[in-house]
Write a protein that binds this ligand. Structure first.
Ligand SMILES: [Zn+2]
Length: 162
């Protein structure tokens, strides 16, 4: 699925389709509180999760676990904004799906309807959106996403009056 900004916005509508996942929201709040941070790189370091930046071609990143050691792999060629999102998404898997096999993240799989992918996207979106944008009074979700350097597809995970 190609993400064309114009057609996407028309199809979804500015205020529609908000997805609230309370079990993930609870875990997210607990993590932010425990680590006193929203920085996924810092949280990962505190949790002794290894972050590896590698050449991954079309893949944005993935999570895996060898015995009890957790690894987040991030494509070293991505922009800093996208690295932050990928790290947050994979951290969501480390915390919410630590024993599951989760798919590799790419520009295609970001729109996946798999439960684990939606949960990781929810986790990442709401970890990164920390409220700094509020004083700017950005009128749409898309401007909020742009402000944080997040892909427009994630509109469904933010509340319109956030
Ligand atoms: Zn994922």
């Amino acid at each position: 699925m190609k993400l064309k900004k114009d057609s996407h916005q028309k199809n979804i509508g500015i205020n529609g389709n908000f997805m609230y996942l309370p079990h993930i929201h609870k875990k997210l709040n607990s993590i932010i509180h425990t680590h006193e941070s929203r920085d996924p790189f810092k949280i990962a370091k505190d949790k002794r999760i290894f972050i590896l930046e590698e050449e991954l071609g079309e893949i944005f990143g993935y999570y895996n676990r060898i015995k009890r050691i957790q690894f987040i792999h991030i494509n070293t060629s991505l922009s800093e904004d996208l690295k932050l999102f990928v790290c947050s998404h994979e951290l969501g898997h480390c915390i919410c799906h630590s024993n599951e096999n989760t798919p590799q993240l790419s520009s295609m799989s970001i729109t996946s309807e798999m439960k684990v992918e939606k949960e990781a996207n929810y986790f990442a979106t709401n970890l990164i959106i920390d409220g700094r944008h509020k004083e700017l009074q950005l009128p749409t979700k898309y401007e909020i996403l742009d402000y944080y350097g997040l892909p427009w597809y994630l509109d469904r995970y933010i509340y319109s009056r956030i």
